[in-house]
Design a protein around this ligand. Structure first.
Ligand code: PAF
Length: 295
């Protein structure tokens, strides 16, 4: 996602610097492949530990896995106050709470995307389809940031990027979709499209009903009604995809389960809401992960 955003901003003439974990060359090239065509974008890079304070108008876009985000931000904690906007783009929930706890009062924004892109190498991505992206500020944020602070990000094209004043609802719907699709494809070891088969319908209904009960404690009920419909729509729209959780597991990487199914079960627990179907799925995912890791 970092490469995708970087390439869009560079195309529009913005300056982009990639902060990278492994020692990069000073100038590097992002390659974006689309319909068997490659676009190349030169950009500045720096190793994250050597990063220096940015210019005052620079936004920080954090496109890392949920479980890597807090450590990455902490490693540049001296620089964080220099950024007028820090945009977080992770699957799952719980990262904001962790950051708030460690670094209070940062100007955080949330980005949610269904833009399809996958990595074939460092700085080389394949853009798979044209998705949508929403940006917004959580209602709990002490400093409320508005759309004008991210005008450049909101205006970049192609691929619509919109400001959403109800980003929390969208975050919960995305969490539900990921809990169900990523979780079930992980335990069934299948592509997303398989979940549209009637054999999975009852399980998906039960999972969604439980998630709706938890979710309705955080967002208005009109946002919760469409959950099952949305899960089936996304599974059909991405029918050829292997979910990110399954791909992570297959490649021996840490999955985002704790920020998806783990987060959901923990919220349910703190509200004293029974979610047996979701607890079962969470346990199955952990068993599958442990078995694959042991192989
Ligand atoms: O995490 C994923 O894989 C994606 O968010 C989604 C939408 C489930 C498609 O694979």
């Amino acid at each position: 996602m970092g490469c995708w955003w970087g390439s869009r901003l560079l195309k529009q003439g913005h300056r982009v610097k990639l902060l990278m974990r492994n020692r990069p060359p000073d100038r590097a090239r992002i390659i974006v492949e689309h319909n068997n065509h490659q676009d190349h974008f030169n950009c500045d890079t720096t190793q994250i530990e050597s990063a220096v304070p940015p210019e005052s108008t620079t936004s920080l876009l954090v496109a890392l896995k949920a479980h890597n985000t807090l450590d990455a931000l902490t490693s540049i904690s001296d620089l964080l106050p220099y950024y007028p906007v820090i945009l977080l783009m992770q699957n799952g929930m719980g990262v904001v709470e962790q950051i708030r706890h460690a670094h209070p009062d940062l100007p955080l924004l949330i980005g949610i995307t269904n833009q399809g892109a996958y990595r074939v190498d460092t700085l080389h991505i394949v853009q798979a389809g044209q998705g949508e992206t929403w940006l917004g500020c959580l209602p709990s944020e002490a400093v409320q940031t508005g759309p004008d602070a991210v005008e450049d990000l909101v205006n970049i094209s192609p691929g619509p990027v919109r400001w959403d004043p109800r980003i929390l609802s969208r975050q919960w719907i995305k969490l539900a979709v990921n809990c169900v699709i990523n979780g079930l494809t992980m335990v069934e070891n299948c592509r997303n499209g398989q979940l549209t088969l009637p054999t999975y319908r009852e399980r998906i209904t039960n999972l969604c009903e439980e998630i709706e009960t938890v979710m309705s404690n955080y967002v208005s009920s009109d946002a919760t009604l469409i959950l099952q419909q949305e899960v089936l729509r996304v599974a059909a729209a991405t029918r050829e995809n292997y979910s990110s959780m399954l791909q992570d597991a297959q490649n021996g990487r840490t999955t985002e389960v704790e920020y998806l199914n783990g987060y959901l079960c923990q919220r349910a627990d703190s509200l004293n809401i029974a979610v047996p179907e979701n607890q079962k799925l969470y346990a199955e995912i952990r068993t599958v992960t442990a078995t694959r890791t042991a192989l």
